[in-house]
Design a protein around this ligand. Sequence first.
Ligand code: C2E
Ligand code: MG
Ligand code: MG
Ligand code: MG
Length: 280
Amino acid sequence: YSAKVHRNEFSSYLPEMNVKAHDRLRMESDLRKALEQEQFTLAYQPLINLDSGKVVGVEALVRWHHPQRGLLPPGDFIPLTEENGLILPLGEWVLRAACKQNKAWQDAGLPPIMMSVNLSMRQFRQHGLAERIQSILEQTGMNPRYLDLEITESMTSDVEFATEMLTSLKELGVQISIDDFGTGYSSLVYLKKFPIDKLKIDRSFVNDLDKNGSDAAIVTTITAMAKHLNLKVTAEGVENDEQVRLLRERQCEEAQGFFFTKPIPANLFENWYRHREQII
Ligand code: C2E
Ligand code: MG
Ligand code: MG
Ligand code: MG
């Protein structure tokens, strides 16, 4: 009986594995080509100060113009690049493109705003990351004080390494934020010791802020804790004005989400920025 089950499993499993392996190889070679041919592009989503209603920065979010499959979101390809190491050249492309854009906006006379860039674990562990970022800053002429590097809680689990890496990044004069905060397992003890500047409250807690009492309590707690630790705080995934109201009530200083705008290409952002009516 068990032999039969095994054979059946085996025979249905193997072809599927082949297809997956094939897809994966195809994706990998597409990704290499995409890097050479610059098929990647950045979308920008503003961060809004909830007191003044002003745009304080944007987050750069990568997309892939795949020649056959159309515009792909990061969730469709970032995980694979993290596995096969292509996140290193891709991450460097993202950093350079974001810094260039920030400089271009300032040269075009837009008021200075922060530029947030997501780092992946693999990048964070890369030897000489700070030096690489330093040279990107020099090459693009971007002022380091406007660069915000987003890391996640999981990257801080090796406390000694994280402290050292974060310290060397901070020496560049950049800002550091913890992204998706509340979904990982940050030790509160180290949160106080790490040289970080901001917590970004994960979208999952903001989503049901207006419907779910425990999510509201979590947002209240993170916001209060950030204040006590002298950290800035941004709420991610804000989709309606009731959420804005509840965030302000909790003195959460910044918000980001579809309520203001979805992530949009650079030229559309510029247009949105110049012509927007302040909705809060
Ligand atoms: P993230 O850094 O937490 O970025 C926020 C994500 O939430 C973005 O998805 C954004 O489009 C989405 N979002 C923003 N406001 C709302 C809202 O009001 N409602 C909803 N439902 N969603 C909202 P996106 O662009 O698909 O990016 C997903 C994730 O991919 C990012 O999450 C980040 O972890 C990763 N990612 C994006 N760009 C890069 C990159 O250049 N490098 C690395 N390593 N990761 C990146
Ligand atoms: Mg992010
Ligand atoms: Mg996030
Ligand atoms: Mg997220």
